[in-house]
Unconditional design. Structure first.
Length: 196
């Protein structure tokens, strides 16, 4: 119940920052974490940690706590994440600046980037800036995993065309409210998942 209260409070304060009125369910979090290979060297970066559903799923998947970094710009969610996952590196930062922030922490090897950012609520210019500022990071990670409640790609096609990336759906999660789709994005020429 506390997750719902915290989530609703953040949504009321800044609905475009949260993008949903309830936290991601366990089935969606598990589907997101399933895209990560916990044996691949480097840090796993989670963008938009929220109340920690995906964070918990990543840890359960086998990602070492010392290799997981959560980026969350809402201070309330950051406090909640730090209480819930002691010792985990939780950064109160904007995701569009994540590559620079990680460099400041000496993190130069990334194995995966998993995002719960509300991309559908962001305009094309904001999406383009996020991709442009972090393309090298996404490339070194082999891409970007992102979920959406929408019917199509959460990253607009004209933004993708300008980024040199492409995407495809890799999982549909019906046991979530609302149902969601997990997408995998990578640079052209990089291997993607099998899709749906």
């Amino acid at each position: 119940m506390f997750d719902f209260v915290a989530f609703a409070a953040c949504w009321l304060r800044a609905p475009t920052h949260v993008g949903a009125v309830i936290p991601s369910g366990a089935a969606l979090a598990k589907a997101m974490a399933a895209q990560v290979d916990p044996q691949r060297p480097g840090h796993v970066i989670e963008l938009g940690g929220g109340t920690g559903a995906v964070t918990a799923a990543l840890l359960e998947r086998g990602v070492a706590r010392s290799r997981l970094v959560v980026v969350e710009r809402d201070p309330l969610f950051c406090r909640l994440l730090r209480q819930r996952f002691p010792g985990l590196l939780v950064l109160n930062e904007d995701a569009s600046e994540v590559a620079d922030v990680l460099a400041g922490y000496g993190i130069d090897e990334v194995s995966a980037v998993v995002s719960s950012l509300p991309l559908l609520s962001l305009g094309p210019s904001v999406q383009a800036r996020l991709l442009k500022r972090n393309l090298d990071l996404f490339g070194s990670a082999g891409g970007l995993t992102q979920f959406t409640y929408g019917l199509g790609s959460p990253i607009r096609s004209r933004v993708l065309e300008g980024s040199g990336m492409s995407g495809q759906p890799v999982a549909r999660v019906w046991r979530n409210l609302p149902p969601a789709t997990v997408w995998q994005y990578s640079h052209h020429g990089q291997e993607q998942g099998a899709g749906l």
